[in-house]
Ligand binder design. Structure first.
Ligand code: SF4
Length: 427
């Protein structure tokens, strides 16, 4: 490639390539290692930043035994969904005692999410993806904050989709996912358990080969995939914690494809825009336009899935003030640089109606607007403009600290009212 062309390549593309090369190098260097070797390398690669995630299912004793050999103090997370077999809960205690694991934590779903999305505990029947999201993905996402990587017990032989699983994956949230058992076969698992005298899950002898939540797990027949008993009859193979956007195997999403800027970086956006023909009672992770919400209020409020609200110029947020807590995200539309009505909507949402969730700016979002948007309470930005993306990614946006027209309660007006400025400064 010509030097000029290489120099012109966007920084994000270069970074994506370096990330991909880094993970390829890891897999190349440590491809031949056995499970404990991979785990040991991971602890050296990410000292103090590595967590183990275990279902305490049929094969979990193998990985947890390796953890006990490498470092029994490594943090182990168990996703306590509230839907497990009692035998699984008992098995957690059995393995903790048997292996001497000293740092096992149960991750439980947020009560507010359960009240909002699954008050009757039946979401698994109508929408297992959302059920897994609320009971597994969300609690795990929160627990993994501060960790640079996590370890899973997945294996290639389990399903067709896992057939290319490597030892190390790079996820789009910049974490390394480690799969020490990737190359284990069914026979390897059996042999390992027998060699180390590991206790079996109480349901294993009754024909359960892959054990998750009770409503979604059935016995596996002769010749079936070990995971065939999970979500039987549904087109669902993974619970969601192993999805990377939509792929079953983590696929780093190029930064250039990520448009949502939040918490200091570009991240995968779980929400999508409302489309003609969408069903207000059934859509998920969609920003429902405010007029559509008003016309279908009962259906939207009864919809059990995570939803957002879209506020366009001219929409009056006052009319939805009592329902704001229903929405996990509010998108405020800025259709043109010259249209400032979105600022007013954002301030009303934050300051008058006390909305605490995500308020995102969407539409024609440009660098010069972002400082004022932030001052108005907007904390996420959907950005496609190249220079604006670059400025956000580099942290080179201008900030404003002199205010002629203060917003909110904390900004100090400049110039004319020194007594007020002094009063505010002493707060
Ligand atoms: S496995 Fe079933 S019950 Fe468990 S979280 Fe997923 S859908 Fe809900």
């Amino acid at each position: 490639m010509a030097m000029a062309e290489a120099a012109a390549r966007p920084a994000a593309v270069k970074r994506d390539r370096l990330r991909a090369l880094g993970i390829m190098a890891l897999n190349g260097m440590f491809d031949e290692l056995d499970g404990p070797g991979v785990l040991r390398q991971a602890t050296e690669l990410l000292p103090g930043e590595l967590a183990i995630v275990s279902s305490f299912g049929a094969d979990s004793a193998v990985l947890l035994h390796m953890v006990a050999q490498v470092d029994p103090g490594l943090p182990v997370f168990f996703l306590d969904t509230g839907k497990h077999f009692p035998e699984t809960l008992a098995y957690v205690e059995t393995l903790k005692g048997h292996l001497g694991l000293g740092n096992v934590s149960a991750l439980v779903p947020d009560e507010r999410d359960i009240t909002r999305f699954d008050p009757r505990g039946e979401l698994w029947e109508t929408d297992p993806d959302s059920c897994c999201h609320v009971r597994k993905t969300e609690p795990l996402d929160i627990a993994l904050e501060g960790f640079g990587g996590w370890v899973t017990g997945r294996k290639r032989y389990q399903t067709k989709e896992r057939g290319v699983l490597p030892h190390f994956e790079l996820t789009s949230d910049e974490r390394i996912k480690v799969n020490p058992l990737a190359y284990f076969t069914d026979a390897d698992v059996t042999e390992y358990k027998a060699r180390h005298g590991l206790p079996e899950h109480p349901l294993f002898a009754r024909g359960f080969r892959s054990i998750g939540c009770a409503p979604c797990t059935t016995v596996v027949g002769e010749g079936e995939d070990p995971r065939a008993g999970r979500w039987r009859g549904l087109d669902k193979k993974e619970c969601g914690i192993h999805f990377d956007v939509n792929a079953a195997i983590a696929r780093p999403v190029p930064v250039a494809e990520l448009t949502l800027f939040k918490d200091g970086g570009f991240v995968a956006d779980p929400f999508r825009a409302w489309a003609d023909g969408d069903d207000p009672a059934g859509v998920r992770y969609t920003h429902v336009p405010l007029p559509v919400f008003l016309a279908n209020r009962d259906a939207v409020l009864a919809n059990p899935h995570p939803l957002g609200l879209l506020v366009a110029p001219g929409d009056r947020v006052e009319v939805v003030a009592d329902d704001l807590s229903r929405f996990a995200s509010i998108a405020v539309l800025f259709p043109a640089f010259t249209d400032g009505r979105g600022y007013t909507s954002a301030r009303l949402l934050r300051e008058r109606y006390g909305y605490r969730g995500e308020i995102r700016a969407t539409g024609d979002v440009l660098a010069d607007q972002i400082a004022l948007m932030r001052r108005c309470g907007i904390n996420a930005f959907v950005v496609t403009n190249g220079p604006t993306r670059k400025a956000l990614a580099n942290g080179s946006l201008a900030t404003v600290d002199i205010f002629y027209q203060p917003v909110g309660g904390a900004e100090v007006p400049v110039g004319t009212r020194p007594f007020l400025r002094r009063a505010r400064e002493s707060v």
